[in-house]
Design a protein around this ligand. Structure first.
Ligand code: SF4
Length: 118
């Protein structure tokens, strides 16, 4: 069994053909131009993660607050993280670097403001 995975570790965007054993273990990686691609393919196959970025409204400010997760979260939780962020009740002023949500979706990861507003 094999799967095509595009490496997103650099702008080259190598298209890799990743072979799997029946137990899901990665058996081969082809098409990567460097070792980072192989590592990415293995992580993507076993535990895909994503950094989540977005914006949310804050009372007392017309400008939305942009945020990102302090670390990548499991890919399966991306929509849940965005939903929890959308439900936050924030109040300006908020400074870039402020934690606007701790332990989002029980991941232990925070949402951090990436811009100062208010
Ligand atoms: S395999 Fe290496 S060169 Fe290719 S996209 Fe990934 S990091 Fe970039």
């Amino acid at each position: 069994m094999s799967r095509r995975i595009v490496c997103i570790q650099c702008p080259m965007g190598c298209v890799m053909n990743v072979g799997f054993a029946e137990n899901g273990e990665v058996t081969s990686v082809e098409g990567n131009s460097c070792g980072r691609g192989k590592k990415y393919a293995q992580a993507e196959a076993n535990n895909p993660v994503r950094t989540v970025c977005g914006t949310v409204c804050a009372a007392g400010c017309l400008e939305p607050v942009s945020y990102r997760t302090s670390a990548p979260v499991p890919k399966a939780l991306v929509c849940d993280v965005a939903r929890e962020a959308a439900g936050l009740s924030l109040r300006a002023p908020i400074a870039m670097g402020d934690v606007i949500c701790e332990n989002v979706c029980g991941t232990g990861i925070s949402l951090v403001a990436t811009k100062t507003v208010g």
